[in-house]
Design a protein around this ligand. Structure first.
Ligand code: UTP
Length: 288
């Protein structure tokens, strides 16, 4: 049902400077695949056909990554590297890609609003932030899609974190309606742990409808960034907003520690280096 996703990648990626001075943080690899490809693969495995990237300066590498690379392909083909040739070529065939430039980095909500003209009628659209990778049996966006199919509204990915960490997230006040599905009553941004309504926090994956664009346009950007979380807070009461405590492990690849954890876990499962990496980690851990 959800055939389109918006992936905002126009942020400055300051937490990874100087690595991100001239290259997108979304192109940082987990072993041999850039973070952004994991997100696109999640979307495609969830039934998405159209991927809209919101880009900015220094993000050209993302466009090139999802395009054909004639020179590289003919080199691989000439050298009989069939498997690698197929892998490289298939990236460009994963979906239909569109690129919209965000005029200035005025916030994740402002980035999403830049794609308004590409979303029509009441069409639901997935939003995947460039940082959050979920390792799961059923792709996280597909899990959100199931909730949307049943309930409609807006659907937000949720996870539980220790209370001591809630100050880093948007925290929801929510009522369980079935299994892992919640109806969200309020969103509190980065609360003090003692004032937090719960320890259920928002992960960077959503299904929204064009109503959200209207709420984004109403936000005042004179004091703060235009954030999706603010628009979603304001939409509560006007339309139902659901949360799904998804199945799977989330990695915050926008932080150094998150990217390191993803590298270790994905490295251990990697088909060519996994075995040797495990041996190496065992050796290292003895010295800790
Ligand atoms: P982040 O909060 O992670 O910001 O954005 P950032 O700039 O990417 O990284 P740091 O904090 O400086 O290290 C969340 C998502 O929203 C996008 C980012 O690219 C990321 O996918 N974003 C953020 C935009 O597209 N435009 C913006 O103006 C802000």
């Amino acid at each position: 049902m959800v055939k389109k996703v918006i992936i905002p990648v126009a942020g400055l990626g300051t937490r990874f400077l100087p690595a991100t001075k001239a290259q997108p943080k979304e192109m940082l690899p987990i072993i041999d695949k850039p973070i952004i490809q994991y997100l696109v693969e999640e979307a495609v495995a969830s039934g998405v056909e159209d991927v809209i990237f919101i880009t900015g300066r220094t993000k050209r590498a993302i466009e090139d990554h999802f395009d054909f690379s004639t020179e590289l392909e003919s080199h691989l083909s000439k050298n009989g590297k069939k498997e690698m040739f197929d892998e490289v070529r298939n990236i460009a065939k994963l979906a239909r890609f569109s690129f919209v430039r965000q005029s200035a980095p005025l916030g994740d909500g402002h980035a999403i609003l830049s794609a308004e003209h590409l979303v029509h009628g009441d069409e639901p659209v997935g939003v995947l932030f460039g940082d959050d990778i979920v390792d799961s049996v059923v792709p996280c966006l597909a899990q959100l899609g199931e909730v949307f199919k049943k309930h409609g509204g807006i659907v937000i990915a949720l996870e539980t974190v220790p209370r001591s960490e809630v100050h880093r997230y948007g925290v929801v006040d929510a009522k369980k309606i079935s299994g892992n599905v919640y109806e969200i009553k309020d969103i509190v941004e980065k609360p003090n742990p003692k004032d937090a309504p719960s320890n259920l926090v928002i992960a960077g994956k959503y299904i929204i409808t064009p109503h959200v664009f209207h709420e984004l346009k109403k936000l005042d950007n004179s004091k703060d960034e235009i954030r999706l979380a603010y628009a979603l807070k304001n939409i509560i009461g006007k339309m139902p907003v659901y949360g799904l405590k998804f199945e799977g492990k989330r990695y915050d690849c926008g932080s150094k520690l998150g990217l390191l954890k993803a590298t270790v876990d994905f490295g251990l499962k990697h088909k060519t280096v996994g075995k040797d990496f495990r041996k190496y980690l065992k050796k290292v851990s003895k010295g800790l």
